[in-house]
Design a protein around this ligand. Structure first.
Ligand SMILES: Cc1cc2nc3c(=O)[nH]c(=O)nc-3n(C[C@H](O)[C@H](O)[C@H](O)COP(=O)(O)O)c2cc1C
Length: 315
């Protein structure tokens, strides 16, 4: 497992820019809320906020945070609007609208309608006054319940806590009953000018075993201390509901059901033979076979192979 060398930063002793950059880099990728609001005089406003997330489902709550300007402490139009008209529509940002989203982040004057500037089509909401962005695939109509000042000074945030009163989800984003990342194709915000495309190769599934795992601490010492197994490898092994007993492992060694088609099966066969004469290299080869099995999600095979090491070595 990796041992890091840390840079420690006390926010009280640091520049605002440095703290902002730490949050942008370390709390990432962040979802982006494209927020539609309306002023008391009826001017529509649209702006993206990545200090944003969901906080509960029953009832559904989300929050985002428009900061006071770091330079002069002035409020963003979005904040002023929700203070005047406590409603908004929060939209997800898909990759096909990211340039328009970016355009809507320009500090246009309060009387400028950013729907028009960013070339979005506005469509009416059902339960709130702000308009919706037709080009976004996911909309949440919200009532603003609380605005919490997080410092009240230059660069500090204002948590806008919203209750979602209506969802609108494009029919195109569903696959097998869920909103599939490849279909909704959202983007996330990273540090500086970096963004993440949350689809394709960036997406992976974590096939978690059900039930309570034994935990990494329950694995035998020779597995926990192996320099070849990573934290992810140990994490997978720690998900097992139980550790096979020695008779199961002995049977695995004596009568292995090995298929020539699986790379880690053939790796194990030669590793077992090597381990009988050369402990160090045999152990290394078994650990490699176990890692390959883990990558293929064959956790049972991996644990049995690893548990075989002390049994074979003592033969
Ligand atoms: C992807 C992205 C995320 C942003 N996130 C935030 C944020 O979380 N908080 C914030 O105060 N400004 C954020 N901004 C900047 C605002 O969008 C920008 O200040 C905008 O002009 C505010 O518009 P308004 O004055 O119409 O409310 C972000 C900009 C972009 C492009």
């Amino acid at each position: 497992m990796i041992k890091h060398t840390f840079r420690t930063v006390d926010p009280q002793q640091s520049e605002l820019k440095e703290i902002h950059n730490l949050l942008l880099g370390g709390v990432t990728p962040r979802p982006i809320a494209l927020v539609s609001t309306i002023s008391e005089t009826g001017v529509s406003n649209l702006a993206p906020f990545s200090f944003f997330n969901a906080f509960g489902a029953n009832p559904p709550y989300i929050a985002f945070s428009p900061a006071y300007s770091g330079r002069d402490g002035s409020a963003k139009d979005t904040l002023t609007n929700v203070q005047q008209v406590p409603e908004c529509v929060v939209h997800a940002v898909s990759h096909d609208i990211f340039q328009q989203m970016s355009l809507s982040s320009t500090a246009f004057e309060p009387d400028i309608d950013e729907f028009v500037k960013a070339g979005f089509t506005s469509i009416p909401s059902e339960l709130v006054r702000p308009m919706r962005v037709a080009e976004s695939p996911f909309h949440m109509e919200c009532k603003v319940e609380q605005i919490i000042e997080l410092g009240g000074t230059n660069g500090s945030g204002n948590l806008v806590l919203c209750r979602v009163v209506q969802f609108h989800v494009s029919e195109t984003v569903f696959r097998e009953g869920i909103i599939h990342p490849d279909r909704i194709d959202l983007i996330g915000r990273n540090s500086a000018n970096f963004y993440t495309k949350a689809s394709g190769d960036a997406v992976f599934a974590l096939n978690k075993t059900s039930g309570v795992g034994v935990g990494i601490d329950a694995l035998p010492e020779h597995i926990r201390n192996s320099t070849n197994l990573s934290g992810n490898d140990l994490g997978k092994l720690g998900q097992l509901n139980e550790i096979p007993d020695s008779s199961t492992v002995q049977q695995f060694i004596d009568e292995p059901e090995l298929s020539d088609d699986l790379e880690y099966h053939s790796m194990l066969q030669s590793a077992i033979n090597l381990l009988k004469t050369d402990h160090e290299h045999g152990t290394f080869q078994i650990e490699r076979a176990a890692k390959t099995a883990l990558a293929a999600n064959d956790i049972e095979f991996a644990i049995k192979a690893l548990l075989a090491i002390p049994l074979i070595s003592s033969e």
